[in-house]
Design a protein around this ligand. Structure first.
Ligand code: PEP
Ligand code: MG
Length: 887
């Protein structure tokens, strides 16, 4: 028989076909269920329909092929055997949960159906079997609501309002106060509404329910929320999701039942404390929905809002003990902090899910360092676990403790960092305000996946409901944004767009501040100060430094940025862009005078005015970078960037130069370029106006000599930008060397320096072998190299590149992550050819790619000596370089 493709993998106590390593095929959840099941934990039996089946389904116009259906039926009968129940049986019914599970977790993005298999007959069986008809009808009612929403695409607001009406009529507050008869009546009303609204009856055949649920989960891979989430998180649209079909266990069968979520360590701080929330007599969504305040599982999980509630440890000590055993085992097995979902059915503990818990970056570092110290992880494993981009979070601001603050309320400290913004009550509004350049703080009762765009647009998120595991808390933590959740003192009215706290009303547009580390909500705008780095962070980064091969430099053009970069571990400056220094008010007139000069003598006169400024700039930087190399690029941008634009600027310049304003206009016209990025810029300025490069070289060397005289160790590197011909470098090098010689003679003193060039045009990369003998170093300017390799303007590409990425023409924006095949090919070629003619040539990168982990991997692979990136990305680059070396 020909090999039949396997579409379905079972997990039960007799047969588990998958394992942890099969995430691509089984999705994260499916692989975990298989792994847990094979560990012998009490996992309700079930099966996983693979991500491949999802792709097959999508490519078959959203239909399941016969072989998939056959394998589902086979797997289903195994579950029936193990559970002793029968799917669709009216006496002893087997019920299923149907959940999506992609390769990486996508919180809230995909949909879940519980209690699948219930119909008018089996509901009676379930009632009899459990001796709890109320529970059976409640399960049925929940099932219809979820199924109608997720599978039938029905707007459940209608069903919800019916439930609210019924509670009002019965004069009760909680769902749990409704009787079995109430719920039975509700079910029949639900079914009537669905029939009336859709023209289709609610499916009563369990098998039919199952096929349609599987199809709905597969289809939901392409729902707009899921697509949006993937775009934000750079997740491929080609992965597909798996479906997990698992027998139901019930946390809502009575007071000996419960459901909960726990973390093996604190997801906010990383502290080693078992931490979680649960609800007695409830189903999973009740914990995260924020409708009832969850109870703490133990004393360590107590906070302001739940401190008076009974813990799981008190309520069910035996089960709590089992949970502790399970979590210790899971943490050792997965070598990471776990986020575990559990259900207790009649005092029996079931583990529904475990995964590596989402955490703040600070917690990530602490956990990694602790796990190494506990002997659970090696340093190498610890380094590889951390996503370099997550370090961004550590560099976040916090509130200035010296500034008085008017705290108006306190909620849960759901995600650290602090942020101020103008109140927006909807995701749409937040998005629009952000587009208009305003800083926004999103204020919601609670958030849902629909709010993702608004959360992205906001400085922080404040919610009135929900616990530490609510949607707002989990998602904000992942995004590294401050979040205060479950702040029950807030009265939010969406209808009036008001937030009322202690009688005071705040409106849309009013400023508030939140501190996600303390849970404080503060009136107005509070200044923030930058993050300080923990001892664990230093330990962790030291491990990274021990293994990385690449040096990490920074792009900085002033002493302050240089200082920041050093505090983050920079080992030198890889790019000092001198043009930024020219824009200060007292200098720009001299710069314009230089541009307007129509002969060498008057140009020199203007340059003489700039020389002392430049010298001071370099002295400041050399002092900060004592002992570290400083690579200074000679003037690069097109001259038009310095031209006066406004009428007032033109008048001021005319006045300064003592010429008529018409003449100023006239020169502006003449200097106008059609494609300034490809025009008179870079070394072309040096070739036509060598005095400019001479002045800058002089300023660098004079500054270096002066610092050196004062005991500072100076390692200057002079860099010529944008060459395309070796001849350009040759003549400019001669100019620079001549100027350096003059300075040495004048000062009767010398200093070591390097002189090299940027490789940022394809011709330079291709002919690198000719260029290298004249250069001490190459620094790859991959911003311009990407622009010119693609013929794609870096200033205009943003308008259409996202569409290219969306259509799969490019995996990622090539200005963010290096295009290995094109731009990368040129870089690699230049390194190889450059080394052939100058084996000592020093190689680095200073384009934005120098701070991007995937590009850093590439730089490591081709053997560059260093990468250079903005100061705040230095720690990210250090870790990425370590990971590159370890991979
Ligand atoms: C580059 O082109 O990559 C570069 C670093 O220079 P700039 O961005 O200043 O053009
Ligand atoms: Mg450039």
């Amino acid at each position: 028989m020909a090999n039949v493709k396997k579409w379905v993998y079972s997990f039960n106590s007799n047969k588990t076909e998958g394992n942890q390593g099969m995430k691509d095929l089984l999705g994260g959840k499916g692989a975990n269920l298989a792994e847990m099941s094979s560990l012998g934990l009490s996992v309700p039996p079930g099966f996983t329909v693979t991500t491949q089946a999802c792709l097959d389904f999508v490519s078959n116009a959203n239909s399941l092929n016969d072989e998939i259906k056959k394998q589902v039926l086979d797997a289903l009968s195994l579950v029936e055997k193990e559970s002793g129940k029968k799917f669709g049986d009216s006496n002893n019914p087997l019920l299923f949960s149907v959940r999506s599970g992609a390769r990486v977790s996508m919180p809230g993005m995909m949909d879940t159906v519980l209690n699948l298999g219930l119909n008018d007959e089996s509901v009676l069986g379930l009632g009899k079997l459990t001796g709890n008809p109320r529970f059976a009808w409640d399960s049925y009612r929940r099932f219809i609501q979820m199924y109608a929403n997720v599978v039938m695409g029905f707007n459940v607001a209608l069903l919800e309002s019916t439930l609210e009406d019924l509670k009002e009529a019965r004069e009760v507050e909680e769902d749990t106060q409704l009787t079995a008869q109430d719920l039975q009546d509700l079910v029949s009303v639900y079914k009537t509404i669905i029939l009336e609204e859709t023209g289709i009856g609610f499916p009563t055949d369990p098998m039919d329910q199952l096929w349609r649920a599987i199809a709905a989960v597969f289809s939901s891979w392409n729902n707009p929320r899921a697509i949006k989430y993937r775009e934000i998180n750079e997740i491929s649209h080609e992965w597909g999701t798996a479906v997990n079909v698992q027998s139901m266990v019930f946390g809502n069968m009575g007071e000996d039942c419960a459901t909960g979520v726990c973390f093996t360590r604190d997801p906010s701080t990383g502290e080693k404390k078992f931490f979680g929330e649960f609800l007695i007599n409830a189903q999973g969504e009740d914990v995260v929905a924020g409708i009832r305040t969850p109870q703490p599982i133990n004393d360590l999980s107590k906070n302001e809002s739940n401190k008076t509630l009974t813990t799981l440890e008190q309520a069910m000590p035996k089960v709590f003990g089992e949970l502790v055993e399970v979590y210790t085992r899971l943490e050792e097995h997965y070598k990471d902090m776990q986020d575990i979902e559990f259900t207790i059915e009649k005092d029996k503990l079931f583990i529904l899910q475990t995964r590596n818990g989402k955490r703040t970056a600070a917690a990530g570092i602490k956990i990694a360092v602790d796990l190494v110290e506990e002997g659970i992880l090696t340093k190498k494993e610890a380094l590889l676990k951390m996503n370099p981009e997550d370090l961004n979070q550590l560099l976040h601001p916090r509130l200035d403790p010296c500034v008085a603050k008017n705290i108006i309320a306190t909620g849960l400290p759901a995600s650290p960092g602090a942020g101020s913004g103008q109140i927006a009550f909807s995701s749409e509004k937040a998005h629009t305000m952000n587009e208009n350049g305003e800083k926004v703080l999103l204020v919601r009762q609670e958030t849902s996946p629909e709010d993702i765009a608004g959360m992205v647009a906001s400085q922080g998120i404040l919610t009135a409901r929900g616990g530490m595991t609510s949607h707002a808390a989990v998602v904000a933590r992942g995004m590294g944004k401050p979040c205060v959740a479950g702040c029950s003192q807030l009265a939010i009215s969406y209808a009036n767009s008001t937030l009322t706290v202690n009688g005071k009303v705040y409106r849309e547009g009013d400023w508030i501040t939140i501190d996600g580390a303390t849970g404080e909500v503060i009136e107005g705008k509070v200044p923030t100060i930058s993050a300080t780095i923990s001892e664990d962070f230093s330990t962790f980064m030291k491990w990274a430094d021990e293994v990385r091969k690449l040096d990490i430099r920074t792009n900085a053009d002033n002493p302050q940025d240089s200082k920041t970069a050093i505090s983050f571990g920079a080992q030198g400056i890889g790019l000092c862009r001198t043009e930024h220094m020219f824009f200060e008010p007292e200098r720009i007139l001299a710069v314009r005078e230089m541009i307007y000069a129509d002969n060498v003598a008057s140009r020199k006169k203007a340059l003489d005015k700039l020389l002392p400024f430049q010298r001071e700039d370099f002295i400041g930087i050399f002092n900060e970078m004592n002992g570290l190399p400083v690579n200074i690029r000679l003037l690069d941008p097109p001259l038009h960037e310095f031209l006066p634009h406004t009428a007032q600027d033109k008048l001021q310049l005319a006045d300064y130069l003592g010429i008529d304003v018409d003449l100023v206009e006239d020169r502006c016209e003449k200097l106008h370029e059609f494609n300034p990025m490809l025009g008179h810029r870079g070394c072309r300025l040096g070739v036509t106006f060598p005095e400019i490069y001479r002045m800058q070289t002089r300023a660098i060397i004079e500054a270096a000599l002066e610092c050196s005289k004062n005991g500072i160790k100076v390692l200057p590197e002079i860099m010529i930008p944008l060459i395309s011909l070796s001849g350009e470098l040759v003549i400019l090098k001669d100019e620079c060397l001549d100027e350096i010689k003059k300075v040495f003679e004048e000062k009767q003193s010398e200093i070591k320096y390097k002189l090299g060039t940027m490789i940022e045009l394809p011709r330079a990369a291709i002919t690198a072998g000719e260029i290298a003998p004249h250069a001490d170093f190459f620094s790859f300017g991959t911003n311009d190299l990407t622009q010119t390799t693609y013929g794609l303007s870096r200033d205009d590409a943003g308008k259409f590149l996202p569409e290219y990425v969306g259509k799969g023409l490019m995996p990622l924006d090539p200005f963010v992550s290096i295009d290995r095949d094109g731009v990368g090919f040129l870089v690699k070629h230049a390194c190889i050819e450059g080394k052939k003619t100058n084996p000592n040539i020093h190689l680095g990168i200073c384009g934005e790619h120098g701070g991007e982990p995937r590009s850093i991997q590439f730089c490591h692979d081709i053997g560059l000596d260093y990468v250079s990136c903005s100061p705040f990305r230095v720690p990210i680059a250090r870790l990425a370089a370590a990971q590159a070396a370890l991979k």
